[in-house]
Design a protein around this ligand. Structure first.
Ligand SMILES: Cc1cc2nc3c(=O)[nH]c(=O)nc-3n(C[C@H](O)[C@H](O)[C@H](O)COP(=O)(O)OP(=O)(O)OC[C@H]3O[C@@H](n4cnc5c(N)ncnc54)[C@H](O)[C@@H]3O)c2cc1C
Length: 273
């Protein structure tokens, strides 16, 4: 990247309302924005503000980008009012990425929930481009209720690969909602895992409480701390280590992360907040 502050104008060409609080913007930047899966960009809503988001599309596509965004506050409220044809700005990419070379030939586990599925969809669809390079890929995806499940339209496609297992779980099924898959916390799916956890990698992303207990459960299952990859969504502004908002002990979440192994950051304070 030459100028880290450069904002590339982009047009929203499609909006997918994934769930009541989550939508995917499909944007076309004026010039391609190459990135590595796991990295993030800063999305600007003109006149309103900007925020960090991980592309949710494959890193093999740089002409268009999908960004999946949960409504949580000021900027994301505006994102949820955006319409097809609106202009936004993108700067980046920033930060570390998933080390695909370490996943090749392995049995990879991907564990996530809520809007944490955004970077995991980017990772997963990137892996699917070269699916034969991985011994197996298991993706456990969680949501609170069936109507909170995202990427519903992709489920059938994601289940068609011989070496891929995609399972979903919801915490509860409220009266009136239909669901014929698993019920329980997404971590309850770990009981179905059939890989050698001592030598294989796992990638985790979700709300802080899920990241924390998910990581502890992975360790109980036998995963090594250095093989557990976390995407840390700390509050950040500049995106490249100038403003210091995202300092985690000796690390900056924006430039040393957002992808860290648990072994690397486990001794820093408040990593789950
Ligand atoms: C590297 C990275 C990647 C991210 N990727 C995505 C993504 O793909 N999709 C997505 O929906 N969100 C993602 N986030 C979180 C997203 O940046 C925030 O939810 C968003 O900036 C909130 O902006 P706001 O103005 O709407 O909220 P505000 O009005 O500023 O705050 C509303 C609430 O959101 C919390 N919040 C604000 N900023 C962050 C933050 N950076 N991380 C976590 N919580 C925050 C606040 O503490 C507050 O509780 C990512 C964050 C980081 C750091």
């Amino acid at each position: 990247m030459n100028n880290p502050y450069e904002v590339v104008p982009a047009t929203i060409y499609e909006i997918i309302q994934e769930s009541p609080l989550i939508r995917t913007l499909r944007v076309q930047p004026e010039k391609p924005i190459p990135f590595k899966t796991g990295q993030f960009i800063e999305l600007t809503i003109p006149g309103i503000g900007e925020g960090p988001f991980t592309p949710s599309s494959s890193h093999f596509i740089s002409e268009n980008m999908d960004i999946t965004i949960m409504k949580t506050g000021f900027v994301t409220e505006y994102v949820h009012r955006a319409k097809v044809g609106d202009k936004v700005g993108l700067r980046g990419p920033y930060g570390s990425h998933y080390p695909l070379e370490k996943f090749k030939g392995k049995d990879l586990l991907i564990l996530g929930g809520g809007c944490g599925l955004a970077p995991l969809r980017s990772l997963f669809t990137t892996l699917l481009h070269e699916v034969e390079d991985y011994n197996s890929i298991t993706f456990f995806a969680g949501a609170k209720t069936p109507k909170d499940c995202i990427y519903k339209d992709s489920v059938t496609d994601w289940r068609k690969y011989d070496n891929v297992t995609f399972m979903r779980s919801v915490d509860v099924v409220p009266d009136g909602e239909e669901w014929d898959e698993e019920v329980g916390l997404v971590t309850s799916l770990l009981s179905k895992l059939d890989i050698d956890t001592a030598v294989n990698p796992a990638v985790v992303c979700g709300p802080p409480v899920m990241m924390k207990f998910g990581t502890m459960d992975l360790i109980k299952c036998g995963f090594r701390e250095e093989n557990i990859y976390l995407s840390m969504e700390k509050k950040m502004y500049c995106g490249f280590g100038q403003c210091r908002h995202c300092v985690m002990g000796e690390f900056y979440a924006c430039k040393d992360g957002p992808v860290f192994t648990y072994a690397r950051i486990k001794n820093e304070e408040d990593i789950w907040e």
